[in-house]
Design a protein around this ligand. Structure first.
Ligand code: IPM
Ligand code: MN
Length: 348
């Protein structure tokens, strides 16, 4: 019996999560596993009502679940940073979800903005470090609001943090029969942080002699992702670069409508989410694409060890993309949010 904590969150998050739960419920029947879901109202509305992002005790409660399923965090009436740091990043950090795993896979029938590239060429996975780097909140101001102002934002890279991330990437590569791990960094300028990354990359890589190693500066990686996405297999990178390149990854796989990610603590509680955000302008219209949330649910099943269920969901998503959707964009799918959820259930 799995226990899933559900955080629908803001904007279109609840509509997306509703379809994901529909698919989970259906696949649980077919694959004969049981789960119990407990919903939490963390997000912008709760914050505006109570002034609280995560209430006392929330983290202790969440630690007891098998997994967390998240919709989206971000509210137009709340100043940027408060909910992101107070909820999303706090959960990632405190639950030590040190990997952010983001597949970039173009499904047959889905439009990519890349000319002459198809599902054969666009199929890689980004292993983004998820608890360190520029995201730590280390730094501060001096003389704020004056002409002498100084703002410092530090990137923290620990041996332990880098090692476990790089090792996860090589393990992932081996486990999934992939061939190459590319370190994405900036060794020509960030000569401390990426010196550490590069040394650890090769130290760890020595233990995986069958896996090819490659390196790309982050700026060049952005270019290659567009020009030759087939060069990439597994990419490992730091938190900030991973954030940036996975939005690029999302658009080449068809857009935010399908891009999913997992915040993974292999030894603890992991959290799965569509990576597209709350898309407030579409709230409540039943037009948002729920496939990203449904793919996030598939990743959750995989992490829980329900690999057959995960494969079933993925197969259904492929079928729906290939046979039904006109576009993956909100409002242009040719179906409503709930109809897309129903279609996925039909193909399970
Ligand atoms: C993401 C998002 C978050 C991030 C924001 C909302 C804090 O962009 O999950 O990629 O920067 O990690
Ligand atoms: Mn992002």
């Amino acid at each position: 019996m799995y226990r899933i904590a559900v955080i629908p969150g803001d904007g279109t998050g609840p509509e997306q999560v509703r379809e994901g739960m529909k698919v989970l419920t259906a696949v649980a029947e077919y694959e004969e596993f049981k789960f119990e879901a407990v919903t939490y109202d963390f997000g912008g509305d709760r914050f505006l009502r109570t002034g609280e992002t995560l209430p006392d005790g929330a983290l202790e409660e969440l630690r007891k679940f098998s997994a967390i399923y998240l919709g989206a965090i971000g509210h137009p009436e709340v100043k940027p940073g408060i909910l992101e740091k107070g909820i999303l990043l706090r959960l990632r950090f405190e639950l030590d979800q040190y990997i952010n795993l983001r597949p970039v896979r173009l499904y047959p029938g889905v439009q990519t903005p890349l000319k002459d590239k198809g599902p054969e060429e666009i199929d890689f996975i980004v292993v983004r470090e998820n608890t360190e780097g520029l995201y730590c909140g280390a730094g501060g101001f001096l003389k704020r609001g004056t002409k002498d102002e100084v703002a410092v934002q530090n990137s923290i890279n620990t041996y332990k943090g880098v090692e476990r991330c790089v090792r996860y990437a090589f393990e992932y590569c081996r486990r999934h029969g992939r061939k190459k791990v590319t370190l994405c960094g900036k060794t020509n300028v960030l000569t401390y942080a990426f010196d550490l990354w590069e040394r650890v990359f090769h130290q760890v890589g020595d233990g995986y002699p069958e896996i090819q190693r490659d390196y790309a500066h982050v700026d060049a990686a952005c270019m290659w992702m567009v020009k030759n996405p087939e060069w990439f297999d597994v990419i490992v990178t730091d938190n900030m670069f991973g954030d940036i390149i996975t939005d690029l990854g999302a658009i080449i796989q068809g857009g935010m409508g399908i891009a999913a990610g997992g915040n993974i603590n292999p030894e603890g509680v992991s959290m799965f989410e569509p990576i597209g955000g709350s898309a407030p302008k579409y709230t409540g219209q039943n037009v948002i694409n729920p496939l990203a949330a449904i793919c996030a649910a598939a990743m959750m099943l995989e992490q829980l060890g329900e690999t057959k269920a995960a494969a079933r969901v993925e197969h259904a998503v492929r079928e729906v993309c290939a046979k039904h959707l006109k576009s993956l964009a909100a409002g242009r799918m040719g179906y409503s949010t709930s109809e897309v959820g129903d279609l996925v259930v039909r193909y399970l």
